[in-house]
Ligand binder design. Structure first.
Ligand code: SF4
Length: 246
């Protein structure tokens, strides 16, 4: 008798997410298994093409344990038989919305004036989690704009420190142009060049690092507002409907 193929054997392993049994294969994270099952878990620093870093915490969900429930990040938690997770409770949704609101007040995210509006993952996740205000007082941490490069610009006031450009530049472009440096409120995106400026780095407007930026922080010049309102990715679709983009 033929043995079952590995995938079919592995599919017998499951965990529970919001009362639903989710199959997984060994090595998958909770995020990967949920996505494969057609469930959208809000996220910003996660992308299916890269190793997870768990920095934004937007995918946090509640894990039931034998003692007290605790919060975990779905993008970094390995799927295990018997896990019981909750992503859609009012408490989890409340905390997730607060996380997104904090990202808005930590930077300068003025959607009506931003070239990324309508295609911005932060804006789209904010809509998805039902955010209607920023709740917190805006931070006044100064940020710099690097417009030194002829074709690429970096507005650090819009950077959410997701590290996607860091990973993409290193792993896809093979350039290692970006890094995260500093501590606390002074944590910032660094450019790998003698001057610390884009103009002296090896970055190019065609680098995939730019296309992975989920917000309007790292963008090619002279392409702003190229797509008219109404034709942008999230003008008519919730980000949950466009999981493949993220
Ligand atoms: Fe993320 Fe964009 Fe900031 Fe890079 S520039 S860390 S991709 S938000």
């Amino acid at each position: 008798m033929n043995a079952l193929p590995p995938a079919a054997e592995a599919a017998t392993s499951t965990f529970m997410l919001d009362g639903r049994s989710i199959p997984f294969t060994p090595g998958q994270t909770v995020m990967q298994a949920a996505t494969a099952a057609g469930i959208y878990v809000p996220h910003l620093c996660h992308h299916a093409d890269f190793e997870p870093v768990g920095s934004c915490k937007v995918c946090s969900m509640q894990l039931d344990t034998s003692t007290a429930p605790r919060m975990v990040t779905a993008c970094t938690l390995p799927a295990r038989e018997g896990l019981v997770l909750h992503s859609e409770t009012p408490a989890v949704q409340h905390d997730r919305q607060r996380l997104v609101q904090m990202l808005f007040v930590e930077g300068q995210h003025h959607c009506p004036f931003c070239e990324k509006s309508g295609a911005c993952h932060l804006q789209a996740v904010a809509y998805h989690v039902g955010m209607v205000d920023t709740h917190f007082v805006h931070a006044t941490t100064p940020h710099t704009v690097d417009a030194s490069h002829p074709d690429v610009w970096l507005d650090r006031s819009r950077c959410i420190l997701c590290e996607l450009c860091v990973r993409a530049s290193r792993d896809v472009d093979g350039k290692n142009v970006f890094a995260i440096g500093g501590r606390g409120a002074r944590t910032t995106l660094l450019v790998n060049s003698a001057s610390g400026l884009l103009k002296d780095s090896t970055v190019a407007a065609t680098d995939r690092a730019l296309s992975f930026c989920p917000v309007g922080a790292l963008m090619p010049k002279r392409q702003g507002f190229a797509v008219p309102i109404g034709a942008r990715p999230y003008d008519h679709a919730d980000i949950a409907e466009r999981q493949a983009d993220t």
